[in-house]
Design a protein around this ligand. Sequence first.
Ligand code: HEC
Ligand code: HEC
Ligand code: HEC
Ligand code: HEC
Length: 430
Amino acid sequence: MRNPNATSALVATLGLALALAGCPKRDDGAKPEPSADAGTAATPPPVVKEAPADAARGEKLVGQFECNRCHTGAGGAHATQSKDCVGCHADIIAGRFEAPPASIAKWTPRVKDLQYAPTLTSLGKRVTRRFVEDFLRLPLDQRPHLAQSMPRLALSAADARDLAAHLVPDGDETSESSVATAPELASADLGKGRRVLETKGCGSCHAFTGVAPIAASSPPAMAPKDFARAHALAPDLRTTRARTTPAKLVAWLRDPQAVKSDTSMPKIALTAAEIRDVAAYLLSAELAPPTAKTKAARLPVLTRKVTFAEVDEKVFHRTCWHCHSEPDFAIGDGGPGNSGGYGFKPRGLNLSSYQGIAAGYVDDAGERTSIFLKDEETGTPRIVRALLARHDEEDGRETGAVRGMPLGYPALSSEEIQLVESWVAQGRPR
Ligand code: HEC
Ligand code: HEC
Ligand code: HEC
Ligand code: HEC
């Protein structure tokens, strides 16, 4: 992944190393000569000046991109219930939402995919700024028990940099510190570290892909509701080395609540030696390469007739409509995909009616454009490309100019995409 800060840090470090390498010469008492040689050796290659990170701007961006519709802990006011994606869905599931019981029963299975998001409270004490910046630019699926629901937002490199500076106020030079030299991990025993994971119940919440599976033995005593949340939000421990530093990791394992007051990971009694050993294992156990994800199958178009009523029921009115609806009907908010939101400009795409779908969306040039327009190279309609791109996003791939749909929601199945594609291929009958 491209990381401009890392590159400039590397350039700066190299420059420093070269400058230091020139020093011992001065020890022989000779007057340092401003020789041409020394001059070139000590001059680092020209550095493209990066604008420094602007945390104050990052704080404002939290409001602009509406991070608080899903997260708490990023600063700023939390979204009201009518805008709070995660909060409203969680309220429905918990019975805190005012609606007839029959509606709640119908909705509950529909809202479960977006009922949890990690809080961002004291993020800087837990992870590195570099991790946050990279994650914002390309959100990865870190939590195997949670749908991959952090959306790919329209953030520029500078936006990601500034948001990361706001969320992780102290820069983290220490992220470069190597596991081998970290004083916190001196004389750690990886075998014992592995046994801590196996015997202290870590596997009841965490997966650790790339090492032999950790049994889910001895889960901590917790209320089922709290356990469900903790289980859903527990990251794959494979990600730990990309997220954090040895010092931050050790502090976390010693007392998660002391680092992050609202965390749902319980404090597990561990000795200092156990913490050292398990931290070393998390950061340096040898990992098998990630299992290659199989691409979703692209099914041939159906020969039977597909009507709008069927596609509408199974796709548009089930999933898409929620973000692409009729603003008049939905109290002025047509959802992020229609009237704008999450920092997206209003695209005017209303997927709640046949006419709305036919009217298309407002493209970057401000022109109304059909969502059925075929890609010149592959002949695939825009809407189908968006549906396919969501599979790529879930697998961590870049998707270029196409944003995956449904945005930040589980990808449609191959059969559902086939249905949409068949309907388009048949001339979109009513
Ligand atoms: C639609 C809901 C939603 C919105 C809007 C959203 N996020 Fe997230 N975010 C999530 C979810 C869900 C996750 C967990 C994803 C995972 O780890 O697999 C997440 C993860 C994160 C993480 C990683 C945290 C961790 O501990 O792993 C960061 C950082 C983050 N989001 C920052 C932001 C910022 C900054 C914004 C606004 C610019 C934002 N998010 C907007 C839902 C959202
Ligand atoms: C005021 C409460 C509320 C808010 C706020 C809310 N939702 Fe929902 N959401 C619901 C309900 C209720 C349903 C089920 C609707 C149905 O079944 O017809 C739903 C369903 C959905 C679905 C369809 C899921 C499926 O089955 O395919 C998606 C997608 C969705 N919500 C995303 C979001 C996003 C993203 C946000 C924030 C931008 C959001 N919701 C905000 C109440 C809410
Ligand atoms: C009851 C479930 C649960 C158990 C048991 C559990 N964890 Fe966690 N763990 C979590 C959750 C949830 C998070 C995410 C914390 C957050 O964002 O608030 C987490 C986070 C972590 C992190 C990452 C911190 C970060 O932000 O990068 C590490 C490392 C970790 N756990 C290790 C362990 C180890 C080692 C054990 C066993 C000694 C363990 N966990 C036991 C739920 C659990
Ligand atoms: C969580 C909210 C959300 C859901 C659910 C959602 N969309 Fe979107 N959609 C958006 C946003 C936001 C945009 C604007 C993206 C942009 O400006 O880059 C958008 C844009 C689009 C576009 C526009 C053009 C383009 O850039 O490709 C298409 C097509 C689209 N959505 C189709 C769908 C379909 C089909 C579904 C249901 C399977 C769906 N969307 C579900 C939020 C959503």
